[in-house]
Structures are given as structure tokens and as C-alpha cells.
Design a protein around this ligand. Structure first.
Ligand SMILES: Nc1ncnc2c1ncn2[C@@H]1O[C@H](COP(=O)(O)OP(=O)(O)OP(=O)(O)O)[C@@H](O)[C@H]1O
Ligand SMILES: [Mg+2]
Length: 377
């Protein structure tokens, strides 16, 4: 029997729910050659959504989607290498074509093409390193391939915020944009989390990627979809979960797609026939327990000021954090100091800031903090 719930990997097929409007919008953008930027908090379903659209367009004659993940890109050279390798690999239909294209389209980079004799993956292609001077060749690669094949290419780059973290990033972004905006047979879908970084890159007038494309802010999957998704899985196993328990799961994890699946699984696994309050409570404890080591590590890396700040947020003081009384009560130093603390916590991906609203990036973190307040006193 298939596992009823999944988390930690992209959701597909029977594990994929909703995203109907977003799927339509992406399909439309892809068919019309519009660039798209997708932003959402961690684990809400960006990768799953793009993979879904990839599956739907797999057999399209004129449009071909290339996906890559910039997660481990640390330098501009890393990016060029990833970009070139994935485009060559994913646009070739046969091994011979792959080799031929590598030679032809990346002639300036030869002899850095290597073949591997891995029995599981008999022919694989990689580029050792791609010097910056070849950057132009690499960036124009998709347009050259698309034109020759008479197709339109969509290049999807996951974890694109990594580009904003490279050294001399703005100059690099300028270069990417200046080449990409002249391409007619290629469009881009750029997505990732770290909202503040992406908002800087795409939402600020002074940055090269300003107004680069359609901005899609992924919302939570509405609870209506989860009733059907969760309840049917209990029924299939001869179990039952009442709707209010689904509400409880959804609220507890603040609608985070991944945690909805994980907590549902923890409840499902404990249930013989019928979910009750005790089962749900144990499942929540288990979820907190599984995150304990990670959260401890995060807490241990904080300065006293940062801990005080977290205490103030927990006390619901986010909107008045700069008031003199609050600064004194929570020992935050000064207004200037608060700005520094916010930046640091944002960088550590612990908090999200939207205007005056400050929230914890991980919805489980707040529950864990409440249970472990002794760490702050
Ligand atoms: N459409 C969906 N239907 C059901 N579950 C989903 C859906 N999208 C995401 N999930 C759940 O959320 C988890 C994370 O999904 P995914 O990796 O697509 O999110 P992400 O936003 O790309 O995450 P990250 O920020 O880590 O890159 C999945 O493993 C699955 O449990
Ligand atoms: Mg992802």
C-alpha cells in the first residue's frame, strides 16, 4: 500500500491537491512566453507546482521546459556550470545528440566536457568549471538551441534567491537580465523562498530584475482541499477523522502544506479506528519532538538581544516593538539595535517581516517556544 501522506519531497500525482488557479496561470504564462517569478514561504509548494506544470506540458511539441535547482550555487562559475549542463542535458533526446550539442553549442568550453561510466547512468555529461569569460556563451545557450530546434524553451530556476547571495551579485544580475531580456525563444520561471531576498531582487526599482515578469505569490492551500485529501485517506484505511480535527491540524501548522501532511501522517499512524483529542495531542507532541534538536540549535546560535526580541514577539509586541516602554521592558537596547536584530533574525530565516507584522518563518517554532519558555528566563 502507498503511504497516505508525504512530506519532504515535492508532491505529485495522488499527493498533489489544489493549485488549480496557479497551474492555469503558469500554463498560460508558459504558453505565451511570459517570465514568471514565484515567491512563497518555505514548504508551501513552489517546487511541486512547477513540477506539476512540467508534467502537464511534457508532451508539448513546441514548448520544452528545463528545470534546475540553484540551491548549491555559491559562485558565478557554479551558476554558469549548472545552467549550461542542465540545458544541454535536458534538451537532448538522445545520448549522441547530447554529446554533439555539448560540442557544438559550447565549443568555447571544450575540453571540459567529461563522460562518466556509472552503470546506473551510463552516459552522463558534466562541465568541470566554467570560467566567467564564457558567461556570455552560456547565457545565450538556450536561445541558440531553441532557435535551431524551432521550439520555445522555458528555463525554471528553483532557489533563485541564491543568486542574490553571490558576491558582486547586483552586477551579475545586471548581466543575466541584459542577456535574457533580448531572448525571444526563451522565457524564465524563477522561484524560491527567502522572501526578503527575492523581494529585493524583483520588487525594487533600483535592482536589475525589477519588473522582470509576472509575480506569483503562492497562498496557503485552502482548508477545503485538505478535508477531502485527509479524510479520504483515513477512509481508505478503514479509519475516520472528523472535520474539526482537520481544522485543528490546519490551524496548528498555520496552513503550511508540508506540516499539514506531516501532522496528518502522525495522527493517521496513531489511529486505529477513530481520531480523538488525545491522539491529536500526542501527534503534535511528536511533531515538536522531531523538531527539537533543530530548534535548540537555532536558539543556541542567538545573542541575548535576539532572544529578548523573540520574547517580545511571542508576547505579541511586534507592532509596537520600537516603543520606549517595550524596548525597556524587553531589554532591547535601542531602536537602532532593533533594526540590527531584525536583519540578523531574517538572515537566519527565523522571522518574516511584512510592514509592521513580524512572524516566525516556521509555524511550529512558536509552539515549541511556548513549551520551552524556560530557555529564555
Ligand atoms: N499541491 C500540494 N498538494 C499537497 N501537498 C503539497 C502540495 N504542495 C506542497 N505540498 C506539501 O508540502 C511539501 C513541500 O512542497 P514543496 O517542496 O513543493 O515546497 P517548496 O515551497 O518548494 O519548499 P521549499 O521552500 O523547501 O523549496 C511537500 O512535500 C508536500 O508535503
Ligand atoms: Mg522548493
Amino acid at each position: 500500500m502507498n503511504t497516505p501522506f508525504i512530506y519532504g519531497v515535492a508532491a505529485e500525482q495522488m499527493y498533489f491537491t489544489d493549485r488549480e488557479n496557479e497551474t492555469k496561470r503558469l500554463l498560460l504564462n508558459f504558453e505565451n512566453g511570459l517570465n514568471t517569478i514565484i515567491i512563497s514561504p518555505r514548504r508551501w509548494g513552489k517546487t511541486s507546482l512547477v513540477n506539476r506544470v512540467f508534467e502537464l506540458m511534457k508532451d508539448h511539441q513546441q514548448i520544452h521546459i528545463v528545470r534546475m535547482d540553484a540551491f548549491s550555487v555559491r559562485t558565478q562559475e557554479d551558476f554558469y556550470r549548472l545552467f549550461a549542463t542542465e540545458i544541454i542535458k535536458q534538451t537532448a533526446t538522445r545520448t549522441e545528440e547530447l554529446l554533439e550539442n555539448a560540442k557544438r553549442f559550447l565549443s568555447s568550453l571544450v575540453p571540459v566536457v567529461t563522460m562518466s561510466a556509472d552503470p546506473m547512468n551510463p552516459v552522463s555529461f558534466s562541465l568541470k568549471s566554467v570560467n566567467r569569460e564564457y558567461g556570455e556563451d552560456v547565457l545565450t545557450l538556450p536561445e541558440r538551441i531553441a532557435k535551431e530546434k524551432g521550439i520555445h524553451l522555458i528555463i525554471c530556476i528553483d532557489e533563485f534567491q541564491q543568486i542574490g547571495e553571490l558576491s558582486d551579485s547586483v552586477t551579475f544580475q545586471k548581466k543575466l537580465r541584459s542577456v535574457w531580456q533580448h531572448q525571444h525563444a526563451v522565457s524564465y520561471c524563477l522561484y524560491g523562498s527567502k522572501r526578503h531576498l527575492l523581494m529585493n531582487m524583483f520588487g525594487k526599482r533600483s535592482y536589475p530584475f525589477y519588473k522582470f515578469g509576472d509575480m506569483l505569490f503562492l497562498e496557503r492551500i485552502p482548508i477545503e482541499y485538505w478535508y477531502e485529501y485527509i479524510q479520504s485517506r483515513f477512509i481508505q484505511a478503514g479509519k475516520h477523522i472528523d472535520a474539526p480535527f482537520v481544522d485543528d491540524i490546519y490551524t496548528y501548522v498555520d496552513g503550511n502544506s508540508s506540516y499539514v501532511q506531516q501532522l496528518s501522517w502522525l495522527v493517521w499512524a496513531r489511529t486505529d479506528k477513530e481520531v480523538n483529542a488525545e491522539i491529536l495531542s500526542e501527534a503534535k507532541q511528536d511533531l515538536l519532538h522531531q523538531n527539537h534538536a533543530l530548534f535548540m540549535e537555532q536558539i543556541n546560535s542567538l545573542t541575548s538581544y535576539q532572544l529578548h526580541f523573540i520574547r517580545a514577539i511571542m508576547a505579541g509586541k511586534a507592532s509596537e516593538i520600537n516603543r520606549k516602554e517595550i524596548i525597556e521592558e524587553f531589554e532591547l537596547g535601542s531602536s537602532a539595535n532593533i533594526a540590527t536584530i531584525k536583519k540578523a533574525l531574517q538572515k537566519k530565516e527565523l522571522i518574516e517581516i511584512e510592514g509592521k507584522n513580524i512572524s516566525f518563518s516556521d509555524p511550529i517554532f512558536i509552539h515549541w517556544l511556548r513549551q520551552n519558555t524556560y530557555l529564555f528566563s
